[in-house]
Design a protein around this ligand. Sequence first.
Ligand SMILES: O=C(CO)[C@@H](O)[C@H](O)COP(=O)(O)O
Ligand SMILES: [Co+2]
Length: 221
Amino acid sequence: MQQKNTLLAPSILSADFTKLAASIEIAEKAGADWLHCDVMDGHFVPNITFGPFIVKAIAGCSNLTIDTHLMISDPDSYIPDFISAGSHQVTVHQETCPHLHRSVQLIKSLGAKAGVSINPGTPVSTLESILPDLDLVLLMSVNPGFGGQKFIPSSLGKVEQLHTMRNNLNPEMIIAVDGGVTVDNAQDLVTAGADALIAGTAFFKAENPEEAAAKIKSASR
Ligand SMILES: O=C(CO)[C@@H](O)[C@H](O)COP(=O)(O)O
Ligand SMILES: [Co+2]
């Protein structure tokens, strides 16, 4: 099988918000592939971050793929705003979408790639019906709401399970892992089937972000 490079998506949540443009430049220079934008509403998750206005500012000063992670209730009402703001990929939570197929089709109809995320407590099997329609799955390896949490070890088995399911149903679909990713667990995650790794703390709080990025991106399968 052809060896693929691991995609790195620094989470802007861990960046210095007083120096957003400089933080984005650090990510670009370090060879990041996506910029991960964590949108939280204080309802679905116990924290509030930012909305389309900030995503637009981020997209305006970056050439990277803008990967927007919506941790909000009723995402359908806001998907158009986040795509107009410059998101190339929009991921919704399975737990927030009673009509998941409709939400996914809405994202695609507006020209963005569509992703679905699941919480650590949600089984991978719940994605089976929607998998053929997806561009990516964002597997949460912490409970969503905050950066800087510890990786939940059982997530590794979920990546393996999803990898098998993806090979059968949608081989082109990307598996991304989000939460507690470090230079030390990156290789295990990629071996299990991850294609993209989201890294907030491990990238922006690293002494040398460029070195951290190189280590994470060197993980291969
Ligand atoms: O979506 C989330 C948390 O809800 C993540 O994207 C985190 O923001 C990643 O941060 P680290 O765990 O890598 O510090
Ligand atoms: Co995220």
